[in-house]
Design a protein around this ligand. Structure first.
Ligand SMILES: Cc1cc2nc3c(=O)[nH]c(=O)nc-3n(C[C@H](O)[C@H](O)[C@H](O)COP(=O)(O)OP(=O)(O)OC[C@H]3O[C@@H](n4cnc5c(N)ncnc54)[C@H](O)[C@@H]3O)c2cc1C
Length: 346
């Protein structure tokens, strides 16, 4: 199975894509008067095309997006160019009394849409998904589509793979499976759980909050002006398999969407324990009890996400508390005395 998005035509000659870049900007909600509703603004003379400004969590407004053909090699982190920024600001400013400027932009990101090749402008190309079978390799590529249709896409792909592989399996059960963290609409934040965790982690919030047991400072923001809590970094490192500080900041927590906040969160992220040993699937499914997690953390020794490098400031601090128990040793250096429990550890 190839579920490899915009990379798929590099892996199968049966798939032909016309990749399209979509860039977003992030501004502080205060710059727009803390809006409580989104606005959609028609783009120039292009029929049916809009930009939007949508309030999202953490006091931010997401504004986007571009839709332009993209033929660059860089797919992992496509840049938000100066042209992208001017296009988005010009488009949204048509609906604003006070125009936004580049100084209001605190971050941004872009992604590449894996659109199936067809004639026409990229914003007219179909967003439908397709299952393409490669006659040479036998691989099935699941490509195109939307986030909102991923379960339908997955069910179709699994059913096709089972049929092609002649496997003895029933039809995909995804239609009856709740989403990870699904909770009832009435379910507010349970007592003692920070509303932020309830909003982001749903039914898993109590287990995430439990990582702060005995370390209440982990339920506080990791740095001034950064709303992410210490337990979110810890969860990303231990249970979501973050493999590096960058991975933790840019993918697991997405703090990195706003570079200034990333900078402030860096010391805390550097102090998070190495999570690579705990695979996301195994770890999330099990949500290891704390005692077991402690054993695993200790078994991973003194390594941190920086792989034991001494090149970073040490020891890191989270909310003024040193994460000294995780300290790295220079190769061959004598081990220090007994470690005191720190904010990340047990
Ligand atoms: C700018 C933009 C805006 C969008 N807006 C919306 C929206 O508003 N609503 C909506 O529903 N959908 C939206 N989408 C669509 C949605 O994001 C995509 O449909 C979805 O991400 C596609 O998921 P995917 O798993 O197929 O591909 P991806 O999410 O791209 O995942 C593919 C993964 O495969 C990995 N990979 C690549 N090559 C290999 C390899 N050789 N081995 C192992 N792994 C590999 C990549 O690292 C990547 O993690 C948007 C997409 C973009 C780009």
């Amino acid at each position: 199975m190839l579920a490899t998005g915009a990379w798929t035509d590099r892996l199968s000659s049966a798939v032909r894509l016309l990749p399209s870049k979509g860039a977003h900007l992030i501004v502080a909600a205060a710059a727009l008067g803390d809006p409580r509703a989104a606005v959609s603004v028609p783009v120039g003379r292009q029929w049916g095309r809009f930009v939007f400004a949508a309030p999202v969590s953490d006091g931010r407004v997401l504004i986007g997006l571009t839709d332009d053909p993209y033929d660059d090699e860089e797919l992992d982190a496509p840049p938000v160019s100066a042209e992208d920024t001017s296009f988005i600001l010009a488009a949204v400013n048509r609906a604003l009394r006070t125009a936004l400027t580049e100084r209001d932009v605190i971050g941004g990101f872009a992604g590449i849409r894996p659109l199936l090749a067809a004639p026409g402008d990229s914003f007219d190309l179909s967003r439908d998904h397709a299952l393409v079978e490669d006659p040479v390799t036998g691989a099935i590529a699941l490509v195109g589509g939307k986030l909102t249709t991923y379960r339908k896409m997955a069910a179709e792909a699994v059913d096709l793979a089972v049929a092609r592989g002649g496997l003895a399996a029933g039809r995909s059960r995804i239609r009856s499976l709740p989403l990870v963290g699904a909770t009832t609409p009435a379910g507010g934040a349970p007592a003692g759980i920070p509303p932020r965790l309830a909003r982001r982690c749903g039914a898993e919030a109590p287990q995430v909050a439990a990582l702060a047991s005995g370390r209440p400072q982990l339920l506080e923001p990791v740095a001034e002006g950064v709303p992410t809590l210490g337990v979110e970094l810890l969860f990303g490192a231990i249970h979501e398999g973050a493999r590096s500080v960058d991975d933790l900041l840019d993918r697991r927590t997405r703090i990195g969407l706003a570079p200034a906040e990333r900078e402030r969160a860096l010391p805390a992220a550097r102090g998070a324990p190495r999570g690579g040993a705990a695979s996301p699937a195994r770890s999330r499914a099990a949500m290891m009890p704390r005692r077991e997690a402690c054993v695993r953390e200790r078994a991973r020794g003194e390594q941190t996400l920086n792989g034991g490098s001494r090149a970073v400031p040490w020891p890191p601090e989270v909310n003024g508390v040193s994460a000294g128990w995780l300290s790295t040793r220079a190769r061959g250096a004598p081990r220090r005395g007994p470690r005191a429990p720190g904010p990340w550890g047990c």
